[in-house]
Design a protein around this ligand. Structure first.
Ligand SMILES: [Zn+2]
Length: 262
C-alpha cells in the first residue's frame, strides 16, 4: 500500500508538471479529480472521473483552447467526457458546452443527484449558483460565489445571499475539503472564511463612508477602502485591479447597499 501511495504521488507530480499543452494548466487533486484552467479566462474547470461517466464542470469558451482542453483530458483519462455541468450561466463557464456536446457529451441541468455529487443551489453571484461537492475527491466547486484572484461579486444575492451561500459551502465536506473558486487558486475553508469576513468588512466600510456623504471618487481614494480591496489579492497579483474595475466594484457595492436599505 505504501509503495502504491508513493508511486501514485510520483505519478501525480509527473502529471502536474508534464507539458500537456501550452495553454491548459492541470492540477491533479486525486486519481479521480482534476482541476484544469485555460490561460485566457482562468476559469477553473473540473474533471470528475465517476463510475457514471467522466463529468466536466465549466468548460470555458474559445475554439483553439477547447481543442487543447479536449486533448489534455484525453491524455489524463483516455476516454471522452460524457457529461457537462455548470456552476452558473455566465459565458466564461459555459462557453465550451457546445464544443463538448458536439462530441457526444450530455449537458446536465436542474437538480443533480447522481455521479456521487452533492448539489446545492444558492443565490449570490447570479440568481442560480450551483455548488457541487464531490465526496470521493473531497472537493467543492463553488463557481464565482468565491474568487481568490478578484474582488467578490455578490451582486445577485446581496449580503444576505452571500452569507447564505458561504454557509452552504461550509456545511459540505469537512475541514480538509478543497474549495475550488470560479477563478484563482483552490483554497481551504479557512481562506473561504477570511474571504467572507473581508467581504462583510468591505460592505460595512463602504456603507459607513457613503453615510458620511463621501462621493464615489472619495470612497475609492479612502485609505481603508484601498487596504480592504488589497485583501482580495491573497496571491499577490500585481497589478491587481484596474481602476475601472475598482470603480465598478465600489459602484455595485453601493447599489447592493441601496437595494438592501429599501
Ligand atoms: Zn467567472
Amino acid at each position: 500500500m505504501k509503495l502504491f501511495k508513493t508511486l501514485f504521488a510520483t505519478a501525480l507530480i509527473l502529471l502536474s508538471s508534464a507539458a500537456f499543452s501550452a495553454n491548459i494548466q492541470v492540477q491533479a487533486v486525486s486519481q479521480h479529480v482534476h482541476i484544469l484552467s485555460g490561460k485566457d479566462y482562468g476559469t477553473n474547470i473540473g474533471l470528475f472521473d465517476t463510475p457514471d461517466g467522466l463529468v466536466l464542470i465549466d468548460p470555458m469558451p474559445g475554439e483553439p483552447y477547447l481543442a487543447e482542453l479536449e486533448k489534455t483530458i484525453q491524455t489524463i483519462y483516455r476516454k471522452p467526457v460524457t457529461h457537462i455541468i455548470n456552476t452558473h450561466a455566465h459565458a466564461d463557464h459555459t462557453g465550451g458546452n457546445a464544443f463538448f456536446a458536439s462530441r457526444g457529451a450530455q449537458l446536465v441541468t436542474g437538480t443533480i443527484n447522481r455521479f456521487d455529487i452533492t448539489h446545492r443551489v444558492v443565490k449570490s453571484h447570479t440568481g442560480t449558483d450551483n455548488i457541487y461537492y464531490y465526496k470521493p475527491g473531497n472537493v467543492i466547486f463553488v463557481g464565482d460565489v468565491f474568487d481568490t484572484s478578484w474582488h467578490p461579486t455578490f451582486y445577485a444575492g446581496g449580503v444576505a445571499g452571500f452569507n447564505q451561500a458561504i454557509e452552504t459551502i461550509l456545511s459540505l465536506g469537512d475541514e480538509q475539503s478543497l474549495v475550488v473558486p470560479g477563478h484563482g487558486e483552490a483554497a481551504s475553508k479557512t481562506l473561504l472564511r477570511a474571504f467572507r469576513q473581508n467581504t462583510l468588512d468591505w460592505v460595512n466600510m463602504v456603507r459607513t463612508l457613503s453615510k458620511q456623504g463621501l462621493s464615489l471618487e472619495q470612497i475609492m481614494a479612502d485609505k481603508r477602502a484601498v487596504e480592504l480591496v488589497a485583501r482580495f489579492n491573497p496571491q499577490g497579483k500585481s497589478p491587481f485591479l484596474p481602476s475601472k474595475a475598482y470603480e465598478r466594484f465600489v459602484q455595485r457595492t453601493l447599489q447592493v447597499i441601496e437595494h438592501e436599505s429599501l
